[in-house]
Ligand binder design. Structure first.
Ligand code: TMP
Ligand code: ZN
Length: 409
């Protein structure tokens, strides 16, 4: 595959009349933090923009970057986030209780990352992970979760089925957004799933993106932003039925769906479909409004920075999540805007932020170099961070919460 290509057809329904709604400019992949020694090497930038399908309601990126560039050296570890671990332990318990009958049952998870979920299930049944990222798959294997190093699709599914038999449960959490060849994946699920099997999947819910106005959730890894409407169309193409749907308070709001070969849509599905219609997730105008808010948000931030710089105030970043890079690149903030960004993750410290080359440093720097303002890039943790940093605030440091409106606290 070329390094990237333009997506001219909806990946769910094939519609070619997609409507562009928001252009975030050319950007480096948001998780490609770089070493100082790599700074002078030319780093690729790819277009970052979203489009809406009025036929099936899918919001998706206009361009697809080669997954080898994004995922093979993937750094993200599920196990590094305590709330996420707790969430998946809970889900594992639910799966064991509802669907596992004996030890011979097989649970396959793709995008299994470091094996956080499957590790909880391996005492109840057979488990198998599928993930293309060598470094994270190695961690899963170390904790006793057998993992195939691959992208999931029909070929991998046939291979697994031939060796291990059909799966009672297939799980895909926070990975559907990453997949371009969705139909190949769905064919894989059909191939591998037992007649009475269930496919359970969680993805960030587009209603949360629109509701919060967090345009910075948009980056190259996230190809699709799902509603239940869009997923229902996808399931239908493959003769599967979404029997249950629920919104869970993780990553703002995540949509968990359960698909089966036979059955009927339960009350939870009907209710959420109605809710999505009510809040406009099936209408282009909703997404156009979202885009307008994003661009107003950018203008507001740029104005604030101009004002602060004019007053010779110093500013640094707080937290270096991937989404922070979307925000900084979209706003055109570089090293002159932010002297540094603090982050608690040891593997990010000492690196430079992709695109902007702002240095990422340990939070201890704030003991000696205190800026006047801290731009809270990890704004989804605002409450916890403001509470944790009371002492800094008592010294007069102000936090800038950038999204969805600028707030200074
Ligand atoms: P996440 O949204 O993917 O969990 O990323 C949050 C980032 O913010 C992660 O790199 C860690 C960083 N962070 C801090 O530096 N300090 C904090 O207090 C918190 C909560 C996060
Ligand atoms: Zn579509």
């Amino acid at each position: 595959m070329a390094r990237y290509f333009q997506k001219k057809q909806c990946r769910i329904c094939g519609n070619t009349r997609l409507v562009s709604v928001l252009d975030l400019g050319r950007q480096s992949p948001a998780n490609n933090f770089l070493k100082k020694s790599e700074m002078n090497r030319k780093k690729p930038r790819f277009p970052l923009a979203v489009q809406f399908c009025e036929n099936c309601s899918l919001l998706s990126l206009c361009h697809v970057v080669d997954p080898e560039i994004l995922f093979v050296g993937y750094q993200y570890l599920t196990g590094a986030s305590a709330p996420l671990v707790a969430h998946f332990v809970e889900e594992a318990k639910m799966i064991a209780r509802k669907f596992i009958r004996d030890k011979s049952n097989l649970v396959v998870e793709f995008g299994s990352n470091d094996g956080t979920l499957l590790a909880e299930l391996k005492d109840y049944c057979r488990v198998l992970g599928v993930d293309p990222a060598r470094n994270v798959a190695a961690r899963a294997k170390k904790r006793g979760v057998p993992t195939i190093l691959a992208f999931f699709g029909e070929r991998t599914a046939k291979h697994i089925q031939a060796r291990h038999g059909h799966a009672r449960v297939i799980v895909a959490n926070n990975v559907f957004a990453h997949i371009d060849a969705l139909h190949d994946v769905m064919r894989g699920i059909r191939t591998l799933l037992r007649e009475d099997g269930v496919f359970i999947s969680e993805s960030h819910w587009v209603g949360n993106l629109i509701g919060e106005g967090g345009f910075d959730q948009i980056y190259h890894e996230h190809l699709s932003y799902y509603s239940l409407h869009a997923l229902r169309t996808l399931a239908g193409v493959h003769g599967l039925i979404i029997t249950d749907a629920e919104l869970l308070p993780i990553h703002g709001a995540s949509l968990r769906v359960t698909m089966r070969r036979a059955g009927t849509a339960g009350a939870s599905v009907r209710q959420l479909l109605l809710h999505e219609e009510k809040i406009g997730l099936t209408r282009l105008a909703t997404f156009e409004r979202f885009a307008k808010r994003a661009s107003a948000n950018k203008a507001e931030l740029r104005e604030l920075f101009r004002e602060l710089k004019r007053k010779q105030k110093t500013i640094a970043g707080y937290g270096a999540p991937a989404k922070g890079n979307t925000l900084l690149n979209y706003c055109g903030f570089g090293r002159r805007a932010l002297a540094f960004i603090t982050d608690t993750t040891p593997s990010k410290q000492g690196l430079l932020a992709p695109g902007t080359h702002i240095p990422i440093v340990p939070p201890a720097i704030l003991k000696t170099e205190l800026p006047d303002y801290l731009l809270l890039l990890a704004w989804n943790y605002a409450d916890a961070i403001l509470e944790k940093e009371k002492a800094l605030r008592a010294k007069g440091v102000k936090f800038i919460i950038p999204v969805p409106r600028v707030r200074i606290v």
